[in-house]
Design a binder for this molecule. Structure first.
Ligand code: 13P
Length: 254
């Protein structure tokens, strides 16, 4: 049976009280109208809201994820958060390489590679984000950019099994723009990512979950999720509304 993951990236939204309310609302909807068993759900609040949101997910199907981590496990890195700290809080996932961090924090593919290694060493599953800018798409560089991000970001990263890595295709031009990639555009890139992962990891890569992210909402989710290599979504704005987010989870396999 096809597996799906619907993950909410709350970005820099929700204080601890708001996060607890939103997580509780999502948990209640998931228990009232559970998505199919083959659909996993994750919420990725800001660091400061992980504890309060996580407390509301204890009895729920939803798992907890963070939005970044440092590449060292501990040390003199003022203001940073290490992967083992996130694991100790009950995180399953950590989003790494998001385009907002590449752009605003100057993270390079090799910085991200170190973070992926640290996350895996701590037992977390990285959700590794890749995606091209509008200029790169217009210059027909999309697949070249994705290939570079995959090859560099995953260079020398061992994969014990497919469940230990998630890749999210997030075209930068689709994030927060209201203009999602078409299902065909997403499928083309996802098939390419699948082939690249196959070249890197062989057969076990076939079940790595590939998420689409960028203006995904309840209205466009069914078409995107129907594509063979789209195994879920990384949802930004629409994940801040409990009903919309759960509706997207329910669109998997429909
Ligand atoms: P939006 O869903 O708000 O476009 O954001 C997507 C995203 O960046 C998820 O990581």
């Amino acid at each position: 049976m096809r597996q799906y993951l619907i993950a909410g990236n709350w970005k820099m939204n929700t204080d601890p009280v708001e996060a607890a309310e939103l997580a509780a609302e999502i948990a209640a909807l998931l228990s009232a109208r559970p998505p199919d068993d083959n659909v996993s759900v994750a919420l990725c609040p800001p660091f400061t809201s992980l504890v309060s949101a996580g407390a509301k997910l204890k009895e729920s199907k939803a798992l907890l994820g963070a939005q970044n981590c440092h590449h060292e496990a501990a040390g003199a890195f003022t203001g940073e958060i290490a992967a083992p700290m996130l694991a100790a809080l009950g995180c399953t996932y950590v989003i790494l390489g998001h385009s907002e961090r590449r752009r605003y924090c100057g993270e390079s593919d090799s910085d991200i590679r170190q973070k992926i290694a640290a996350a895996m060493a701590a037992g977390l599953t990285p959700i590794y984000c890749v995606g091209e800018t509008l200029e790169e798409r217009q210059a027909e560089q999309t697949l070249t950019v994705i290939e570079r991000q995959l090859r560099r970001g995953l260079d020398s990263i061992a994969l014990p099994d497919a469940s230990r890595l998630v890749v999210a295709y997030e075209p930068v031009w689709a994030i927060g723009s209201g203009l999602a990639a078409s299902a065909e555009q997403a499928q083309e890139v996802h098939a390419f990512i699948r082939a690249e992962l196959g070249a890197m990891y062989g057969e076990k890569s076939e079940s790595i979950l590939l998420l689409y992210g960028g203006s995904m909402k309840a209205s466009n989710a069914p078409a995107l999720l129907a594509k063979p290599d789209v195994n879920g979504g990384l949802i930004g704005g629409a994940s801040l509304d409990a009903n919309t987010f759960v509706a997207i989870a329910q669109a998997c396999g429909s």
